[in-house]
Design a protein around this ligand. Structure first.
Ligand code: DGL
Length: 273
């Protein structure tokens, strides 16, 4: 059996929160992290153009990396392109979609916040999740315009502006008739990167749901049996990062990738259309 090679895909550094969980679950899998950073942020793209972009970039990535499994570590991409990706490519895909189902099961107050990108908030897929799993809850679905960028800036070394963060999250904190929001779904993989700051600005304590550990368990399940994720005397795997920009455009992000264990950058230099 060969050692598992997992490709993780996002628009930027948000998918590193998923990569961290996959590494924890499968320490001996080889992880390749790919960011379509030339097209960041996905949340601002029109749907048709974004699907075309993701399919084109994925064709290039699958061809280079030959992964055993691809994790779409991005809600904005998964909620629009997962079905087409599964149709187009033979490799198995694991997606990331807002954790509305567990949030609805866990809320005590019945008021659930969902923070996501403006793109994810517009998706039929997201509204379908609410209808199917949270029909009995009050769901405050908020497309936060600047949160993903704030998380990127933090990893590149800029301190988070707490007033700006407070304004971005305030629409999901609601108090009515003696009940208030008690669960907030982090519906974008960038947002767990801001967890320390979120705890500092939240108007009251809520539980945040980060889907990364559940995604990592799903990855392990899908891979089990077909490839090995155990040490079996091998040298530890290299964890490389593929970026769609050129080196100059990515220079300020490289130290953050290295800190998260992705030391070997390669540049595809695919300009956004
Ligand atoms: N990390 C992404 C997500 O989970 C998207 C951020 C963006 O490119 O807008 O939705």
């Amino acid at each position: 059996m060969s050692t598992a090679r997992v490709l993780l895909f996002d628009s930027g550094m948000g998918g590193l929160t998923v990569a961290r969980a996959v590494r924890h679950e499968l320490p001996f899998a080889q992880l390749v992290y790919a960011a379509d950073n030339a097209a960041f942020p996905f949340g601002a793209w029109p749907e048709d153009a974004l699907v075309r972009r993701i399919l084109a970039v994925m064709a290039e990535l699958v061809d280079r990396v030959h992964p055993d499994l691809v994790v779409i570590a991005c809600n904005t991409a998964s909620t629009i392109a997962l079905a087409q990706l599964r149709d187009r490519f033979k490799v198995p895909f694991v997606g990331t979609v807002p954790a509305i189902k567990p949030a609805a099961a866990q809320t005590k107050s019945g008021i659930v916040g969902v923070l996501a990108t403006p793109g994810t908030v517009r998706r039929e897929y997201t509204h379908g999740l609410i209808q199917s799993f949270a029909a009995n809850c009050r769901v405050l679905l908020h497309g936060a315009p600047g949160l993903a960028e704030m998380a990127e800036r933090k990893l590149k070394g800029t301190a988070v502006d707490l007033d700006e963060l407070r304004a971005e999250i305030s629409p999901v904190f609601v108090e009515e008739q003696g009940r208030r929001t008690d669960i907030v779904v982090l519906g974008c993989t960038h947002y767990p990167l801001l967890s320390d700051e979120l705890a500092r600005v939240e108007p009251w304590v809520v539980r945040y749901i980060d889907p990364a550990p559940a995604i990592a368990r799903r990855v392990a399940d899908v891979l089990s049996g077909s490839v090995t994720c155990s040490p079996s005397g091998r040298v530890p795997p290299h964890n490389s990062v593929l970026l769609t920009s050129d080196r100059t455009a990515a220079a300020d992000a490289l130290p953050a990738y290295a800190r998260m264990g992705f030391h070997l950058p390669e540049f595809l230099a695919l300009a956004a259309p």
